[in-house]
Write a protein that binds this ligand. Structure first.
Ligand code: SPQ
Length: 747
């Protein structure tokens, strides 16, 4: 709803309120206190309520005759149980003016819509159906609370016939209460409410009734623990109101109930058979969904979704880094541990898993496809593999958030399944190119539809036999390579991918770790179908891409000395170390070892004066995600740094060349973007970044890069829109401030 449309000086001369319950009284109280209602007349079946409302000044007058109350009204609020709305309309229909606007507040909209058509006429355009998602265990006039709707969703369900004037007035009258208006269709409202509110109430009533009738009821109620209390609290809601709701929304409630009954029956079987894996499946899926919901609620999701909250970083100038610490697990390896663990036979134990939003999106997708996954808990995940052919059709589209890796790798896997799948993502992912995976997959026989220009959402048709492919990658991309290798596990014949330059090889390494044969011959990688993956243990090393921010930070901040523990130093990922060393950085690799097929080391980094260089193009794919932080290093260097051959940076979560150059220029750096890279003139040992406000363009790596720039700034740097840091680096601010970067969060 566009708040700029709100009339600041809304004034309704005559308001009528029919039904003096909590909701109606709270609404008129808010209107009155905001000075928007001239006079308010009230009607209720209960004389006491009318007298009380008059006494406390909620209404100016009342009448025992409902028609007196509505005769001069400009706005009528009907706040009665939903099955009573029809009666009210019958009684007032002949007393309405030609301009009066009406609304209601009930939990079911379909039946009220029918009443309006039947009694006021199909074309009556001044009734706006509404439902505030708010309430309290209190009721009546004395409980009226003008703040009851603040930050709560108010659902309006305008119909084709509803006139704009009526919708605007009702919207304004709700927004004045601090409620957040959302529009929905009548049908959708009733479906959603049947599932989220009506069904839980029905179950609570039913459970308490069953237990109360049981011959052991005394014991049950004597020993009722928290679970019983939590689950059944809503069974003490008003029986009349709920009777009306179940009658009013019968069809939708029955649909939800049938679905639940079938699932409950299945769960009964699972318990009867002591099927522990299936139990864990149901319980872990439910727990994940509930935990997610709790987080949303904690952020007052009645108004805001998780990502709609704006998070800015304020980084104060100066500081030096010290300490020995570990950054979170590798994102690329975390994704693959879930994917291959799910396709394996047996149970895979993962430690060091990155609990960032991207890898969690992958994890949730596999849960949606029937894989039982326990955790994550402190980086531990247990994946109960279902084998190469055990995935099930997900109930809905797979939502992959911000994660390109999830969508591209899953494309290969989904193309080979028996079922249809749709994959969607957030605004940034919806702009990223997917033809790079869809085109070669189509050559293998996959049927894939996408939005314009090959962007997400992707719709992949199941049951298509795939043929192996011999494919020369047009760009260096580990995601495309991995996508085709995963499809190749199911394709007839051999699938060979040839890369123009080496890219991260975690898929190849991990497939081998799961015992699946992969042939690597220089730039050529080949898989054949018919093998199987056997569950294994995976220890995910710390992510070199996350470590990169601290490598650059400790290098540019004078007198710094840090050690980053257990960092993955896979040769296909260490471009950032090679480039920084070429620029003069002091990075030592200590205690080199191999963990689960991946090389790791502790990295000691001490401050150093950098010099500008021409970045060797062969290092570009090996450092592709680290360029935002390398740009910060280049700005602090003596001389010019030139990057070429990095056009891929333009199609990441943002156009990372543009985003970095724009921000650097704001901070006073002489930086210029080119088609495939950038030219950055460093300010050298005596220079510094200016303070200022830069935009992360909602890209995690841009946000973290500008934060570390503050170490060499002469004033604070404000980095806008940093919520996405959670996609790859949960806990970044805490870790950064713990080792000497003076950053705080502003919400
Ligand atoms: O998953 P996503 O959003 O594509 O993440 C990024 C990143 O910066 O975190 C890229 F924007 O990493 C990619 C990386 O750039 C992860 C990845 C992988 O795990 O296979 C490969 C690289 O992408 P690409 O396009 O070069 O294959």
């Amino acid at each position: 709803m566009n708040s700029s449309r709100i009339k600041k000086n809304l004034h309704i001369p005559n308001v009528a309120i029919i039904g003096l319950g909590l909701i109606g009284c709270s609404w008129v109280k808010a209107l009155k206190l905001a000075g928007c209602a001239g006079s308010i007349s009230g009607f209720d079946r209960n004389l006491d309520s009318m007298q009380q409302a008059l006494q406390v000044g909620l209404i100016e007058d009342y009448s025992l005759d409902i028609t007196d109350v509505v005769r001069d009204a400009d706005f009528i609020i009907i706040s009665v149980p939903i099955l009573a709305v029809g009666d009210v309309l019958e009684q007032i229909k002949d007393s309405l003016t030609d301009t009066v606007i009406l609304t209601d507040v009930g939990s079911v909209k379909g039946n009220v819509s029918k009443d309006v058509s039947k009694i006021l006429g199909e074309k009556f355009d001044r009734f706006v159906l509404g439902h505030p998602i708010a309430g309290s265990e209190l009721s009546g006039v004395s409980a009226a609370d003008e703040n009851l709707f603040k930050h709560h969703k108010i659902i309006l369900t305008p119909e084709q016939r509803t006139c704009e004037r009526a919708l605007d007035l009702v919207t304004d009258a709700w927004e004045l209460t601090g409620g957040v208006v959302e529009l929905m269709s009548v049908q959708h409202h009733d479906e959603v409410l049947a599932a989220t509110s009506h069904l839980p109430h029905l179950l609570a009533y039913s459970l308490v009734d069953t237990l109360a009738n049981s011959h052991e009821n005394k014991d049950i109620f004597n020993y009722a623990a928290g679970g019983f209390r939590d689950f059944t609290r809503i069974a003490s809601s008003s029986p009349i109101m709920w009777r009306d709701i179940f009658v009013g929304n019968k069809d939708e409630v029955l649909k939800a109930l049938d679905l639940f009954t079938a699932d409950l029956q299945q769960l009964r079987e699972v318990v009867a058979n002591e099927d522990k894996t299936q139990m864990m499946g149901t319980f872990t899926r439910a727990k994940a969904a509930r935990d997610h919901f709790t987080k949303i609620l904690a952020r007052r999701a009645y108004v805001e979704s998780m990502t709609s909250q704006t998070v800015n970083y304020i980084a104060k100038p100066g500081g030096k880094l010290s300490g020995e610490f570990r950054v979170p697990g590798d994102k690329s390896i975390s994704h693959r541990s879930i994917m291959l663990g799910s396709l394996a036979e047996g149970t895979t134990e993962v430690t060091g898993f990155l609990e960032g939003e991207d890898s969690l999106a992958t994890l949730q997708s596999f849960r949606d496809m029937g894989v039982v996954i326990e955790g994550p808990h402190r980086g531990r995940v247990t994946v109960h593999g279902v084998g190469l052919h055990g995935l099930k059709m997900p109930p809905n589209a797979l939502y992959l958030g911000n994660s390109g890796t999830s969508m591209r790798l899953l494309s290969g896997l989904m193309a080979a399944q028996k079922f249809d799948v749709e994959m969607t993502g957030d605004e940034s992912l919806s702009k990223r190119p997917m033809s790079r995976v869809a085109d070669p997959l189509r050559k293998m026989g996959a049927v894939i539809e996408s939005a314009d220009n090959g962007r997400p959402p992707l719709r992949i048709k199941g049951g298509q036999p795939l043929k192996g492919i011999h494919y020369e990658l047009p760009m260096a991309s580990a995601q495309v390579k991995s996508c085709l290798l995963l499809a190749g596990l199911y394709a007839e014949g051999e699938t060979t991918v040839i890369e123009p330059a080496p890219t991260r090889d975690h898929t190849e390494r991990m497939l081998k770790g799961f015992g699946y044969p992969v042939e690597v011959d220089g730039p050529k990688v080949t898989v054949r179908p018919g093998g199987k993956l056997t569950a294994t243990k995976i220890d995910v090393p710390s992510d070199i891409s996350s470590a990169a921010f601290f490598m650059v930070a400790a290098t540019i901040a004078k007198d710094s000395d840090i050690t980053l523990q257990h960092v993955g130093i896979n040769p296909t990922r260490i471009g950032v170390i090679n480039i920084l060393r070429l620029m003069g950085a002091n990075i030592e690799m200590l205690n080199e070892r191999e963990v689960g097929g991946e090389p790791v080391a502790d990295l000691r980094i001490r401050s150093a004066q950098l010099k500008g260089i021409q970045i060797p193009e062969d290092q570009v794919p090996l450092a592709i995600d680290e360029f935002p932080s390398i740009f910060i290093a280049a700005s602090c260097a003596e001389g010019t740094t030139v990057l070429t051959g990095a056009e891929e940076l333009r199609v990441k979560e943002s156009d990372r060349i543009q985003a970095m150059v724009d921000g650097l220029q704001i901070l006073g750096v002489d930086a210029q973007g080119t088609e495939d890279g950038a030219i950055i003139k460093g300010f050298g040992s005596e220079g510094f970044f200016n303070g200022g406000e830069v935009d992360s363009v909602d890209d995690h790596r841009i946000a973290m890069s500008f934060t570390i720039a503050s170490l060499r700034a002469n004033a604070s740097i404000v980095v806008k829109d940093c919520a996405n840091v959670a996609t790859s680096f949960p806990g970044f601010v805490e870790l950064a401030s713990g080792c000497g970067i003076q950053v705080s969060v502003e919400k």
